[in-house]
Design a protein around this ligand. Structure first.
Ligand code: FES
Length: 78
């Protein structure tokens, strides 16, 4: 079992990966283009993990992993 989409906006990571090819891996731009992260924001570390690994299904992350992935990021992206 893993996370494969922004649940709030029902945006699959496969779609976010395609948009990232056009706009790059910037979370704010991806959020603006797809709506991901504009609800609860819980998908953002999973989106970052997906962007780093290329895996569009991400295992459930620990609090530590989430904190590491989100270092320096504004949440929600501005
Ligand atoms: S799961 Fe993406 S904003 Fe809530």
């Amino acid at each position: 079992m893993g996370v494969n989409r922004c649940i709030c906006r029902n945006v699959p990571f496969t779609q976010i990966a395609l948009v990232a090819r056009e706009v790059g891996n910037d979370l704010a731009k991806l959020s603006e283009k797809t709506g991901c992260g504009t609800g609860c924001g819980m998908c953002l570390p999973y989106v970052k993990h997906m962007l780093r690994t290329g895996r569009t299904t991400v295992p459930v992350l620990s609090h530590h992993e989430i904190a590491e992935l989100m270092k320096g990021e504004q949440v929600p992206p501005k």
